[in-house]
Structure formats: structure tokens, C-alpha cells
Design a binder for this molecule. Sequence first.
Ligand SMILES: [Zn+2]
Ligand SMILES: [Zn+2]
Ligand SMILES: [Zn+2]
Length: 250
Amino acid sequence: MAKLTEEQRRQRAAKRALRSALDAEADDQRRRERDERWKRENTRLSWAEYAAGESCRGCGEPIHDGLGDWYPLMKLSESERREYEEADRRFRERHAECRSGRWSISGSRVTHCCFCCPPPPVGPKQMENLARLFASWPSQEERKKDLDTWNLTLRCDHVVPHIQHREHSYVSARVVDCPQCGERRGVVSSERVGPAYRDDGTIRERAEADQERLAQELAAAKAKLARQQKNAAATQRRITEIQEELSSES
Ligand SMILES: [Zn+2]
Ligand SMILES: [Zn+2]
Ligand SMILES: [Zn+2]
């Protein structure tokens, strides 16, 4: 097989990135339509309904069957294992098209689909814990210094800024709102620009951040050129040496 040129490789990678962005967009659309349907049909259980033992409105199965956990699988008896496998097979059959994970609550053997079944509602206890967690979070002002801006190139070729915590080494969002198109668009590529806020807490303009990034790129390119020039000079010296050797021998 002929080796791909650098250009061909680049084109293939670009095509793959575009296809994956389009897939992400289709999946995002599918989930948003589902969320709309859940809202219309009141699919999510309230805490009171959940606590009263109502069945899942996504699949119709009970949420808590009181049979206890399946796990650990190693400890299941022969008949339990068969039961488990049968339940697993039925689940796969019913949710073959869902392309999603599954969930179940502890103490129960029914599995629910992460696409079809709304997750269990948040209870008052969990609410309290969440409220405590939020209260202990640093203020928005304190967090600003840890935020970076990234530039996301979308499949419509528009570039939009995205702000997230510095500890993330990549952008996990696969679909974002494109203000220019007024549509959700798949992300084709992303590039970290730098701190999102200035020291005084005001947001850095895109041009300012872009300029800094360009300055860094320019410095790196200059350093590379200097290295290449040094190598070229060394090669030139070697050529001269060989030529001198040749002429002294003849
Ligand atoms: Zn369900
Ligand atoms: Zn499903
Ligand atoms: Zn766009």
C-alpha cells in the first residue's frame, strides 16, 4: 500500500473530526428532543411519587423491586446467574437503539436505560448535601483566576470561546451553541488560549488573548528557525571541510 503523504493524512484526520462532530450534533439533537418529550409528558417522577414507589415512566418497570443487588456476580447461584443473564438479554433487546448506559438503584435488580429512563429525582437529603457543597465552594471572584479560555472551531467553521477550569487538559463538550448560526454545532477542534480573566477580574478580550497566543507562537517559530540555522551552518562547515579534503587529495 502506498504511504500517505502528510497532506493526505491531514485531510483524512479533518474528515474524521468533521464526521464525529456531525454525529455528536445528531446525538445532542436526539437528547434534546427526548428532554422536550419528558417535559411534555411529565415523565420525570417527583420526589413524592418516587418515594411512594411509582414505576419508571420511561420503561414502565418498577424502580425498586426490593430483590437486593445482583452483585457480586461471582457469588450468584447457578439459577440466579441464569436469571441475571436473561434479564441482561431482555434489557439489551429493548434498548438496542439507545446507545447509552444503564442505571439501577441500590438494593434493586431492575436496570433502567440512561436514554429512556429519567434518573431518580434528587431527595431532600441529597439537596441538603448539595447546598452544603455549594456553600463551601470558592466565590465566583476567587474562581476566576483558575479559568482558561479555549477557542472551539465548530463544524460550521465558526470559532467560539469556551471557558473552563485550568485543570482540564481538553474540552469535553462535543456540541455547543454557535451564536453566529443560532444553532447547536458539533466541535471539530479546540485550542487553549490562556487565562480567561485579567488580574483585576475583568474578562480578557478575545483579540488580547489571541495576540498573546500569537506572540508565543512567533517566539517558538523564531527559536525553531534559530536552531535550524545553526544546524545548516554546521552542515555548511562540514561540506567545506570535505571539499577541502577532496581538493588536497587530488
Ligand atoms: Zn426505566
Ligand atoms: Zn433505552
Ligand atoms: Zn456557526
